[in-house]
Structure formats: C-alpha cells, structure tokens
Write a protein that binds this ligand. Structure first.
Ligand code: PMP
Length: 455
C-alpha cells in the first residue's frame, strides 16, 4: 500500500526544492509506487505498461526477481570495496562482461553513469592517439557534464555557454530528415525497407561531408576519435544509411583516430540481431561505452577497450570510489544471466519485428505518422502534419502523449523537434502487450484525427 506524500505534497516539494530545469514529462504527473517486469503501478494502484523502461534503463524487467535476489544476497554480505581491493563478484562479473565482446575488446573500466563512461572514453582516446579533437554526430546525446557539453550535440541539453574546445559535429546521416535522405541500415526485419544492393547511395555524400570536416575544420587534420551510437536514442531513434558507420570508421582510422561506440541505449541485446548495436553495422570499435540497461536500473556503467589503448592510460593512476563496487557487480552479473536464460535478445528480435510491422500498418491509416523506424525493441514513431514532413505542433503532440498515458501506457518522447514517440520497453514484453499498445494507439490517433485534422 502506498504511504508516501500525496500528489499535492509532491507538487509543493518539487516547486520548493527541485531545480526548475527538472521538468515534468506529463502535465498531470505520474507518481510511481511499484514496478514488476514491464508494468508500473502508481500511487493509486493504477497499472501502466512501461514502453520506455525509465529511458531504456530497465532492461530485463522492473524488480526482476533474479536480479533482486542477487542484490539482496550481496547487500547482506558486503556492499563496498573500492578497486584498490579485490572482491570475487567483480572478478566474476568482468569475465562475464568481456565474454560478450568481439576482437581485442578485453579491458573493462567500471564506472557509474553513461556520462562518466563517455567522459573516460574521451580521455582514453586522447591518451592513446596523442590527438585532441573529437567528432560526434549532430543531435547526438552522449551525456551531461561541462566537458561533454561539447560532445553532446542535442541543443536542448546544452547550456548557452562556450563549448569546451576540441569537439566537432558531423552532419547527421538521417534518412528521414537529412538533406541526402537514404535508406536505413540493417532493417532486414521490416518488409520493403532498404533495397540498395550495396551501401546506400546517400552514404557517400554524408561520408564526404565527414571528410570535409576532418580536412577543413579540425585544425590538426588528425583526430582522437569519433563517437556514435548505432541508433541514436534521445534524438528519436535515428538509424543511419546502410554502410555509413562502417565507412566513417575506416575514415576515422585514416585520420589517426579511434572509433567509440556509445551503446548506452542500444546495447545488451536490445536491437535483437546482435548483443551490441555496432555488430549490425559490421564494425568492431576500439572503445565501447555502456550504461542504463547494464544494471536494469541500478546505477552503474562501463567502458570496454583494448589492452593497447588501456596501456596508454597509465601515466596517471585510475581511481573511482564507486566504480566496480560489489553491489553493482552482483547486479550486472545477474542481468547478463537473465538476458541469456530468458532469451531476451531473441525476444527483442521477434517482438521488435512484430511491433514495427504493426506500427507500419497503423501508419497506413494515420497520416499523422510520418515515419516508423528502429530495430528490435528500440523503435520510433515520428509525428508530422499529415502528408508532409513538418513536425506536428507541440500542443498536438502533447495531446497524443497524454492520451497514451490515459490509456495506461508510458511512452517516451524525443527527436530534434520532440515529435518522435520512443518505444524502448523492458525487453521482457510479450505479444499481448504489443497488441494492447497498438489498439490504444489506433484509437487515440483516430480520435485525434477526427478532432483535429480536416482532410
Ligand atoms: N549516452 C547515451 C546514448 C544516452 O542516451 C545517455 C543518457 N540518456 C548517456 C550517454 C548519458 O548517460 P547518463 O544519464 O547515465 O549519464
């Protein structure tokens, strides 16, 4: 039974003590009390299907019993040792995590958040290459810190302050909104998607722009690294044209840099075909960063790299108070076990394919859906003014968004114009959940069209 502060009390506490930059996602806020697998319950006991997993963070299910039991067992034994001591859980976990990586990706740094992981990755890239400049893609989100405000390129998350030097943003190869269009990479699961025989034609053009940036903008003509997600998350599930990441990777090598894959959202089986999103692009990065799903909601993150790169980082001792503590190692290990035992990567593949097909059916009847995209259980629905690419007006998006909540579904929002509905549920959802969501979306969009669209 819920015994916490009332909704009104939380309003008062929030307005008094929370920073105003922490916004409410809903006009009428949701006050959550409990979670079980793909479902959440609010303070009044109302059930929600969680299609956002606390921003892609709950990977194997809210309060998954096996993860809870691993955590309980550890919490009663030993919570904390820093990495200056040894602890068996950390040793077990590191071995297990490393076994998920291809090639020479064998060295693990355990840290606490995605921001911290990406920050450390910039240090590793610079230490190893001896170069300073870093490239990321327009509209990317890689974290929030004073240094990463240069790496992150989502304008709405950047304070209007001078950006730290040495960060450049390449043109976003966005098949829906990018100037050169293109087909999406690895959309084999979607009927009628990419038909280019080789790499997409637009890939060459976006790669040319990246080359221009490297040669004409980066002062040294050499870089430390390129950061990219394999599918952009915060920016509304943007997939890149076929071949882009592979060619970008080859180019970056030529200019002295390393390739850093940010798998904070796309890792741990979510994209279905592979455990890591980068694998579907045919590249093996030099550095991989991960967070969110790694701990199913427990605060932990990691950077995985090669021995060679880690060796360049020894001029200073590496210390991190909480990185690699016994609790997070126990949680991380059980998350990996559950993904395996419950075949969650496969579930992402099968249900993701079913979900996107159903969404594409909806798109046929609802011209307010401009685009449906994604892979596995990392999907996006871009809302537009019917029969155009113009983003749907903010008020209209909010109407749809709140209606979805009223139907007992929590969904995400993102994209440059905040007009993309983001679906990234706990990876344990089932077909009934998808059918429930599709029926609700169909009804909501029908009602919305009748009330708002004159054809
Ligand atoms: N990288 C990506 C791709 C992300 O989506 C996020 C968080 N949204 C981060 C990094 C930063 O992670 P954290 O919030 O744990 O610092």
């Amino acid at each position: 039974k819920y015994t916490g502060p009332s909704m009104q009390q939380t309003d008062e506490i929030k307005s008094k003590f929370f920073p105003p930059s922490v916004y409410n996602i809903y006009k009428k806020p949701v006050l959550l009390h409990q979670g079980h697998m793909q479902y959440l319950y609010d303070h009044e006991g109302r059930k929600y299907l969680d299609l956002f997993g606390g921003i892609v963070t709950v990977s194997v299910g809210h309060c998954h019993p096996k993860v809870v039991s691993a955590l309980k067992k550890q919490i009663e034994t030993l919570w904390h040792t820093t990495n200056i001591y040894r602890h068996p859980k950390i040793y077990d976990y590191i071995q297990k995590l490393v076994s998920k990586f291809p090639g020479d990706l064998k060295v693990v740094y355990l840290v606490n958040s995605g921001t911290e992981a990406n920050d450390l990755a910039t240090v590793l890239a610079k230490a190893y290459t001896g170069n300073h400049d870093i490239i990321s893609l327009q509209n990317s989100y890689h974290g929030y810190s004073s240094a990463l405000m240069g790496l992150t390129a989502t304008q709405s998350y950047r304070m209007p302050l001078p950006v730290p030097p040495g960060f450049y943003h390449a043109m976003l190869p966005d098949p829906f909104r990018g100037i050169w269009g293109g087909c999406r990479d690895s959309l084999s699961q979607v009927p009628g998607s990419c038909t280019c025989p080789g790499d997409c034609d637009s890939t060459e053009k976006y790669i040319h722009q990246l080359k221009e940036l490297l040669e004409n903008s980066v002062p040294a003509g050499k870089i430390a690294g390129l950061f990219a997600e394999s599918i952009q998350g915060v920016n509304g599930t943007v997939q890149f044209p076929k071949g882009y990441l592979r060619k970008a990777y080859e180019l970056v090598k030529k200019y002295g840099g390393v390739y850093i894959a940010d798998e904070v959202q796309s890792g741990f089986g979510r994209t279905g075909d592979a455990f890591w999103g980068f694998e579907t692009h045919g590249v093996t990065p030099d550095i991989v960063t991960m967070a969110k799903g790694i701990g199913n909601g427990f605060p932990m993150a990691a950077v995985v790299t090669t021995k060679e790169i880690a060796a360049a980082h020894t001029r200073a001792t590496y210390f991190n108070t909480f990185g690699g503590n016994a609790l997070s190692a126990a949680v991380g290990e059980s998350v990996l076990n559950v993904i395996e035992e419950e075949h969650l990567q496969e579930n992402c593949k099968i249900l993701g394919a079913y979900f996107i097909e159903q969404l594409m059916q909806l798109q046929k009847h609802h011209p307010v859906i401009g685009d449906v995209r994604g892979k596995g259980l990392m999907l996006g629905i871009e809302l537009v003014v019917p029969h155009t690419k113009q983003p749907l007006a903010v008020d209209d998006i909010l109407t749809i968004f709140e209606r979805i909540r009223d139907h007992g579904i929590l969904i995400g929002r993102g994209g440059r114009y905040n007009n993309v509905l983001r679906i990234k549920p706990p990876m344990c959802i089932n077909k009934e959940d998808v059918d429930f969501a599709i029926t609700a979306l169909d009804k909501i969009l029908k009602e919305f069209s009748i009330a708002n669209i004159k054809e």
